[in-house]
Design a protein around this ligand. Structure first.
Ligand code: NIG
Ligand code: FE
Length: 398
């Protein structure tokens, strides 16, 4: 995670949405497609800038309609995330807006979030449903993700998170809600190809380990990938989840040393989401050092959502990872790009600047890569290429 492969005075040659060549400017200038047909080439001058693979934000919840300002104020006056949720706030308070909205209205919210992410250097986004909590509203949320992804030049990986919390109607009968997830939502999402992954919030107040296992079982039966939110607020043993070869396990604030040794032997990525810790005002942060030093692949993502992480900024997350989790700036870049791609099973296409990969490129106002995680509260991304489609801030409609 410390090896960035930096090329000084570098150049990237792109054609038809793919990277064709990467090297020094002199090396790339000799490429045969440049020597034979130079008139067709558009040049983007990156002198004095840092050029990176676009960020892969591998964990977001963009299907919601409004910020949660009451929760925000309650927390400031001392209530915890769990206390607010028990009092009817939290995830449940985002539900009405999603159930009442049309699919195209939801898609508009998602598209605006994607545009904002692209402006800040993100070119691939994993997007979860999870604020509808009924068969119809979860399917509508996934359709909204699909509609928004068709309007965006970047890449969106959709995830079904019907198992975010038990829907309020089934508060006294969670089994019935579990039945809807397992028998209705998962098969429909698979059949209609609306989701690549199924996620579950395995946590006190959400789903038990036993329930989570049943949900992931059903996902595997339907040939969907699996991932899970786990150990965010309380410790849990990961063994039952690891059985499913999850692409990633996310949060992991309370992961044990024993489970870290198990993860070190697997391909499962540990996706850390410190913007949530920051926004909830917590004093502790995910244990990046213990994980990385034990050999676990670590990704960073925003967790973009209205309750715990209302930020589209991967560089903010990288800043928090460096200042509060003691990741190095190089590790933060790898975690936000290549390891994020691994967490979505996209490492053949995304996450690094290599010939044959998608031309997902972010251009930053920076003379040194360490500046990416150094400046915060500002956006130094000047241009992005999303599968070769060039965007500057001014071109993105608001
Ligand atoms: O990742 N942990 C569960 N899901 C989100 C929070 C969702 C919400 O509060 O709206 C998270 O932090
Ligand atoms: Fe989340």
């Amino acid at each position: 995670m410390r090896e960035l492969g930096i090329i000084e005075d570098g150049a990237v040659l792109v054609a038809e949405g793919k990277i064709v060549a990467v090297g020094t400017t002199d090396e790339v200038a000799k490429h045969q497609s440049l020597t034979s047909k130079p008139a067709h080439v558009k040049e983007i001058d990156c002198r004095g800038k840092a050029v990176l693979p676009g960020f892969v934000d591998s964990h977001t919840h963009p299907v919601f309609t409004a910020p949660r300002l009451i929760d925000f104020e309650k927390r400031i006056t001392g209530a915890s995330y769990e206390e607010i949720a028990e009092a009817g706030g939290g995830i449940h308070s985002s539900l009405r807006g999603v159930r009442d909205a049309t699919c195209s209205k939801l898609a508009e919210h998602v598209r605006k979030a994607l545009d904002e992410m692209a402006l800040q250097g993100t070119t691939t986004v994993e997007a979860k449903s999870g604020y509808g909590l009924s068969f119809a509203a979860e399917m509508k949320s996934l359709e909204a993700i699909r509609e928004a992804s068709h309007q965006w030049a970047g890449t969106v990986i959709p995830t079904l998170l019907g198992a975010h919390v038990v829907a309020p109607e089934y508060r006294d009968d969670p089994e019935q809600y579990l039945g809807i997830i397992c028998e209705d939502m998962i098969p429909a999402a698979a059949k209609l190809r609306l989701a690549a992954f199924v996620d579950v919030f395995c946590e006190r107040g959400a789903f038990t380990m036993e329930q989570s296992v049943r949900i992931l079982h059903r996902a595997s039966d339907n040939n969907l990938g699996v991932r899970a939110h786990v150990c965010q607020l309380t410790p849990a043993k990961l063994a039952p989840l690891v059985e499913f070869h999850p692409a990633s396990l996310d949060h992991l604030d309370f992961v044990s040393d024993e489970d870290i040794s198990v993860l070190a032997k697997l391909d499962t990525v540990a996706t850390l989401l410190p913007a949530a810790n920051y926004f909830l005002g917590l004093e502790t942060f995910p244990p990046a050092r213990r994980l990385i030093d034990s050999g676990v692949p670590v990704a960073l993502a925003t967790d973009y959502n209205p309750g715990t992480a209302p930020t589209p900024s991967m560089t903010l997350v990288m800043s928090v990872a460096c200042t509060h989790m003691k990741m190095s700036p190089a590790e933060a870049i790898v975690a936000a790009t290549y390891n994020g791609a691994c967490a979505l099973h996209l490492r053949d296409r995304k996450g690094s600047l290599e010939p044959g990969k998608d031309a997902d490129i972010a251009i930053f106002e920076a003379l040194d890569y360490r500046e990416l995680a150094y400046w915060f509260g500002t956006n130094r991304c000047r241009e992005t290429l999303l599968k070769g489609v060039h965007q500057t801030g001014a071109q993105i409609s608001r």
